[in-house]
Design a protein around this ligand. Sequence first.
Ligand SMILES: *Cc1c(COP(=O)(O)O)cnc(C)c1O
Length: 430
Amino acid sequence: MSTDRQLGFDTLQIHAGANPDPATGARQVPIYQTTAYVFRDADHAAALFNLQEVGYIYSRLTNPTVAALADRIVALEGGAGGICCSSGHAAQIMALFPLMGPGRNIVASTRLYGGTITQFSQTIKRFGWSAKFVDFDDEAAVAAAVDDDTRAIFCEAIANPGGYITDIPAIAAIADKAGLPLIVDNTSATPYLCRPIELGATLVVHSTTKYLTGNGTVTGGCLVDSGKFDWMASDKFPSLSQPEPAYHGLTFGEALGPMAFTFHSIAVGLRDLGMTMNPQGAHYTLMGIETLSLRMARHVENAEKVAKWLEAHDAVETVTYAGLDSSPYKARMAKVCPKGAGGLFTFALKGGYETCKKFVDALGLFSHVANLGDTRSLVIHSASTTHRQLSEEQQIAAGAAPNVVRLSIGIEDADDLIADLDQALAKANA
Ligand SMILES: *Cc1c(COP(=O)(O)O)cnc(C)c1O
């Protein structure tokens, strides 16, 4: 797009990354269903492999459809560069990969998506990496957890299962002081509600599976780099600040400046780890993202109505939604995500575990699934499903006590959602 005007969010979500196709003029982004790209000649091929010229080589590294999506998310987040990945979990590994090494650790919030807690507490140990989990409301504890081997600080903007908003500027200040990048998972907030880079984050990760696609059709992820971190400032990040042996000795931080992290992620990360998004998947997410702002505004409007209604219901003990006046996180919402607290929250039923099970089974419009961020409303009783393997104590710490139900509020008519909840609460408590 050639324009000097600073384009607004609603314009960027439709136009960023997408020019009419140079070969055909196609207005929509074509699905480039190809693995490889013909080189103009041998010199062109060599220049591409040397990163002297930017272009397409092989779709494990880059693909025009996938690149259009990455560029669009980068524009919405206000980043310098980024890559798409096969899933949100892949994006998290791709974010850590250039930073970490055996013996290194990250300091992570205790309030994270359940799958992320497992990835960080168990699986990354196989690489010799580890995570220290800290309550991110306790800023002194976050600072104290940082040691000489710490290479990143990780949190979610609006943390799953909902209600908790991270004070990103405060955590970014701790990361800055320690000379470390702050990685923010912006999945539940989306760049419409929260802009972590403006609040001081270095890297932003997404599960595009959720709100960015918006309709529960594909699994994907994205990693956005602010381009603002000085990798050369210390010897902590040798993959970026020193000659990279995995890429014929190129010093990415020196050669590529603000694009160092992005190019390392493509030339080494995607090349060798292969966590690539496919062009068909990118197409579905490009279709979804065009309406992101409209959907998020409705998700928030509906979530506020439903949360207020639930809070006033006799059978309900508590509602965690940060958009409620009763929430301790309402004040932080104004600072971190002023347009609203998203569409995800939990509530506790006075009746306990059995009542929750009956309630979930009695719902009609709400689908009982392990997903969130869909146009349709979703429900899950964590204690009998995703958090089933945990002790009751662990369930409570994770915000998934036996009497807690998680809702992902869709964009249907709020009155229909409330009517469905009303009849299910009546049946569960009969
Ligand atoms: C779903 C989710 C992930 C993992 O993403 P996948 O696409 O399922 O791999 C990570 N973080 C958050 C906040 C999520 O909701």
